[in-house]
Write a protein that binds this ligand. Structure first.
Ligand code: ATP
Ligand code: K
Ligand code: MG
Length: 730
């Protein structure tokens, strides 16, 4: 069993694994510590990761980049039109989801974003397994904090199609914060003031800032803000726009009219940008860019900074917003940690530094911090690994409301309520109470559609509550309790339902008022004529509360689901521990009193319709992925056998003139030479595209013919070795 963390980036993907000694970033098949997030298609197989990068320039129409930016999107989303500027394969609509049309195995094929991401994750899985020599299943992957429910579900589906068990989708900056906190031994204790760190991640396409508070053994995100269209590629684009004009004037060519030229200039621009991070000027030289024209240019840092000024003026916006959400001021921040390749531009660092008025900290590895944080998260969640306990409390990025139809029996009922607010803790569970006589439906949706990325729709899911009837409860209403949860992936579900009845029970009297579990709060959705909410709080006030994480609760425990996450199990153990300690401390008999309580009477089945793929579609996609993987492997094996044959022919021919020269008759030699020549001609002709079995058979034929000579040579070497041995021993 392995413990793996993946930073799935727009440009590059970094993989870290937890081993006994700590967390290491692994290298891929060409010894790189980051793998291009690319998927390509060819006449015989797919090209994934590094292979896609190698083929990219000659295979533009069949190469798909920026995979994660396509997750959960539709073709007509204006954000997808932006992506098309950076993706050379044509994007298409596939039943309402964006996908790409490519030529694969000699045919036009269309793959959805989910499938394309699954292909890449499958590659990451194989690559990791090959490197650590262990099968890969459990994994934690990072996502931008601004990913919505549909985007997260797309990644979860893709991971499942790739045969990966995703233990958690964790926000990028939260992962970096975890990696930071878990390795620090000097964090403030519970009584001390928390350490406040701003984490800033600027990648290839987006920019996020989170304000995080640390204490020993725990972190809590206080506020997160982002710019979804701010990253290294926007700086590259500014350079390309400049070069396009310059080349048009100087060489009378329009690179925008030529896909290959455009891609080459984009690659050159990225290089220039990187050089300018450490130098005052950088040259560009591209041979035969188009129309046989060689182009050259020189860019100074000053010129570059002028070109990207519109971007630089946006640097402070997410920083301000994150602070505002956290309710803090610049002076409250103790440390500013910066990660992500896009933050290496000196002018960007300068703007951030000016904003905070303090020297930036780079104690984390800028390219690897997020992957490492993911691996730590995986280690904490995985049952097979023991690590120092570290509690992670994140926040919800967009408010979520539930809506339902007015019940004819309850005239004054509201029909919607915001249940999760922006900034609420994540994960978070809320118990919703309904008074109903018949089965009913709930719809969950984002409260503020205008705040969502691009044209993502506010709809999250529809939940049908079954098994409701007019029985038992006061005035024949059934008191229905629904458990709505934004889980550790940041995905919303109505996880379970049950109904309760009011009963009188004997209960112990506590000295101290029990605090409510912050993750589990109760909402009465409907006020009935006979509203019994003696111990169930009204929603609005509770929702605004951000309570401390450590909790002593007795009530919340029964509300936890049967299939608890590892984290919840640990929390539960803590709760039980606290309870035990509380009662142990008292010598005298506990006092009791009679109270009215709601007692759980039975389950209410929930039927959910969400953006997740249905199991049948997921199975089909998984089978398709498995068969493409087999095909790729067969092609790779065939290629390997062909190369072996080629090498064997070459080596045997050399040996015939060298070590075999005196061991074979002229007749033998000419027969073997003839066979080698024929085989070689065959290889470059009809044998260029043969099957694995045919290459193996060819090799066997030559081996059989050369066998006697090889045997003689073997015996000769053996005899010589024995002679040497005899001399040494004499
Ligand atoms: P995202 O987080 O947006 O999904 P990502 O994780 O793939 O993207 P990173 O790997 O963090 O992105 O950063 C890649 C970006 O960093 C690229 O645009 C790259 O050109 C840029 N970059 C890397 N090194 C430098 C440098 N020395 N100077 C300027 N930019 C750099
Ligand atoms: K990355
Ligand atoms: Mg990134």
């Amino acid at each position: 069993m392995s413990v793996v963390g993946v930073d799935f980036g727009t440009l590059n993907t970094v993989v870290a694994v937890a081993r006994n000694r700590g967390v290491d970033v692994i290298t891929n098949e060409v010894s790189n510590r980051a793998t291009p997030s690319l998927v390509g298609f060819g006449p015989k197989s797919r090209y994934l990761g590094e292979a896609a990068k190698t083929q990219e320039i000659s295979n533009l129409k069949n190469t798909v980049a920026c995979l994660k930016r396509l997750a959960g999107r539709t073709l007509n989303d204006p954000d997808v039109q932006i992506e098309q500027q950076f993706i050379s394969a044509p994007l298409v609509d596939i039943n309402g989801q964006v996908g790409a049309e490519v030529s694969y195995l000699g045919k036009k094929e269309q793959f959805t974003a989910t499938q394309l991401i699954a292909m890449f994750l499958s590659k990451i899985k194989q690559m990791t397994a090959a490197e650590i020599k262990l099968p890969v299943s459990d994994l934690v992957m990072s996502v931008p904090a601004w990913f919505t429910d549909i985007q997260r579900r797309t990644l979860i589906d893709a991971a499942e199609i790739a045969g990966i068990k995703l233990l958690r989708l964790i926000n990028d900056t939260t992962a970096a914060a975890l990696g930071y906190g878990i390795t620090k031994l000097d964090l403030p204790s519970a009584e001390e003031k928390a350490r406040r760190v701003a984490f800033i991640d600027i990648g290839h396409s987006s920019y996020t800032c989170s304000i995080v508070e640390f204490k020993k053994g725990e972190l809590a995100v206080r506020g997160t803000a982002f710019d979804r269209h701010f990253g290294g590629r926007n700086f590259d684009k500014a350079l390309v726009d400049h070069l396009q004009k310059e080349f048009h004037g100087k060489y009378k060519i329009d690179i925008a009219s030529n896909g290959k030229a455009m891609t080459r200039v984009l690659a050159a621009a990225e290089k220039v940008k990187k050089i300018l991070s450490a130098n005052q000027q950088a040259p560009i030289n591209i041979e035969s860019l188009m129309n046989d024209i060689d182009v050259r240019a020189m860019i100074t840092r000053q010129e570059f900074e002028a070109m990207v000024e519109p971007l630089l003026t946006r640097v402070h916006i997410p920083l301000e917003a994150a602070l505002a959400e956290a309710g803090l001021k610049v002076e409250d921040i103790d440390i500013v940690e910066v990660v992500g390749g896009g933050s290496r531009v000196p002018a960007v660092k300068e703007r951030i530094q000016n904003f905070f008025g303090k020297t930036l900290s780079f104690t984390l590895n800028q390219d690897e911090a997020i992957a490492r944080g993911c691996a730590f998260s995986c280690a904490i969640l995985s049952p097979v690994f023991k690590v120092r306990d570290f509690a992670v409390q994140d926040v919800i990025s967009y408010p979520i409301e539930f809506a339902w139809e007015k019940d004819a029996d309850i005239p004054d009922e509201d029909t919607s309520l915001t249940v999760f607010n922006k900034g609420n803790v994540l994960p978070s569970t809320k118990i919703l109470t309904f008074y109903r006589k018949q089965p009913f439906d709930l719809e969950a949706r984002y409260t503020q559609p205008e705040g969502l990325p691009g044209k993502i729709k506010p709809f999250i899911g529809r939940f049908s509550v079954k098994g409701v009837s007019a029985t038992g409860a006061p005035e024949d209403f059934m008191i229905c309790k629904l458990k709505a949860r934004v889980n550790i992936h940041g995905v919303l579900n109505v996880e379970s339902g049950y109904y309760v009845e009011d009963q009188e029970v004997e209960e112990e009297v506590k000295d101290e008022g029990d605090k409510k579990d912050p993750d589990v709060s109760n909402f009465v959705m409907s006020k009935t004529a006979k509203d019994d909410s003696s111990q169930v709080a009204e929603g609005t006030e509770e929702m605004a509360t951000r309570s401390s994480k450590r909790r002593k609760t007795t009530d919340g425990v029964s509300d936890l689901p049967s299939e608890q996450t590892h984290e919840e199990r640990k929390q539960l153990t803590n709760n039980l521990l606290f309870k035990a300690m509380d009662t142990d401390a008292k010598d005298d008999k506990p006092k009791t009193r009679k109270v009215k309580k709601q007692v759980r009477k039975g389950e209410l089945p929930i039927v959910s319709a969400t953006h997740s793929l249905d199991p049948a579609a997921k199975n089909t996609a998984a089978e398709q992925e498995a068969s493409m993987l087999m095909e790729d492997k067969l092609i790779a094996d065939t290629e390997e056998k062909k190369n072996e044959l080629e090498t064997y022919i070459y080596e045997l021919r050399n040996k015939l003139d060298d070590q075999y020269a005196e061991l074979a008759s002229e007749d033998e030699k000419s027969k073997i030479r003839a066979k080698l020549e024929a085989s070689e001609n065959w290889l470059y002709d009809e044998g260029d595209d043969a099957t694995k079995a045919v290459y193996i058979a060819k090799m066997d034929e030559i081996r059989a013919l050369a066998g006697p000579v090889v045997q003689r040579h073997f015996e000769k070497v053996q005899a010589e070795r024995e002679a040497v041995q005899a001399r040494v021993e004499a």
